[in-house]
Design a protein around this ligand. Structure first.
Ligand code: SAM
Length: 264
């Protein structure tokens, strides 16, 4: 690793498996003039191959030691944003209306909040490809009835098409993580499934619904909707959020958002 000591607090597990790297780049298929942002470039495992194909690349990296190395190694055609990706304003990179492509082998310790942060800016993103802990990818793809179906599944599926691209074992990284990994592709839909999916009240409703997994909707949604209103949406108030489909959440949100705007 050229003298760099991997920092656990930054979720540093560096990719070294050439076949995995080539596979990710092939699937991502970067085109020279596209605006691409890499989150967490680290020692450049993806950065180098990306730069071979792109006119220019933006990277967001929090570790100052790595920022310095990247600056020395790839100073041409690379813009380094030495910032926390969780606070990074991706909108500022939009140039001439061209939407962003985002890629990264993400720090696993912050991957869920990072996915929510990106979801808030999904309107300026054309697609994303991320290496994540496999368990997180399973949560992203899960449907009703699954043990891992939850807020992350509903929120991401309400805005994006999601597909798993590749499974990756711990041996592809240095140091090897204790968990399995997977690469996932997300494409925000051009047209929302329903306008309510983009409203803040939808996010609030989904969050409240899953607040306590074992509780019924009637209990979790006490501060949002009463039993009668839940029934109006065609949902049994005594069921649990984990049994509801995306369409059920859309129906519930329509009632909730209407109630909210009426009381404002
Ligand atoms: N892309 C490299 C690779 O594949 O080998 C490194 C991946 S490593 C799993 C995650 C990277 O994200 C590290 O470089 C780490 O320093 C960086 N990172 C951690 N937290 C970050 C944050 N909040 N914002 C931006 N980068 C972060």
């Amino acid at each position: 690793m050229n003298g760099h000591r991997a920092r656990k607090r930054f979720g540093q597990n560096f990719l070294h498996d050439r076949r995995v790297i080539e596979n990710i780049i092939r699937q991502f298929n970067p085109q020279p003039a596209q605006t691409v942002v890499e989150i967490g470039p680290g020692l450049g495992a993806l950065t180098g191959p990306l730069l071979e194909r792109l006119d220019h690349l933006h990277v967001v990296e929090l570790d100052r030691d790595l920022v310095e190395r990247l600056d020395q190694q790839y100073h041409r055609r690379l813009t380094i944003h030495a910032q926390d990706a969780l606070k990074f304003d991706f909108r500022e990179l939009v140039d001439n209306g061209a939407r962003l492509r985002v890629i990264g082998n993400l720090p696993y310790n912050i991957s869920t909040p990072l996915l929510f942060h990106l979801l808030d800016q999904a309107d300026v993103v054309s697609d994303m490809m991320f290496m994540l802990q496999k368990e997180v990818v399973q949560r992203m793809l899960a449907g009703p009835g699954s043990k891992v179906y939850g807020r992350l599944s509903v929120m991401l599926q309400s805005r994006c098409e999601i597909s798993k691209v590749l499974d990756v074992g711990p041996g592809a990284f240095t140091p090897a993580p204790k968990v399995e990994s997977a690469v996932v592709a997300l494409t925000p839909r051009d047209k929302a499934l329903d306008p309510v999916c983009e409203a803040p009240c939808f996010a609030r409703l989904v969050k409240a619904s899953f607040a306590q997994r074992r509780k019924t909707l009637r209990n979790n949604l006490k501060s949002c909707l009463d039993s009668e209103q839940i029934s109006t949406a065609g949902i049994d108030p005594s069921c649990r959020a984990e049994t509801l489909s995306l369409e059920d959440f859309i129906g519930l949100a329509q009632v909730f958002c209407e109630t909210e705007s009426a009381t404002e």
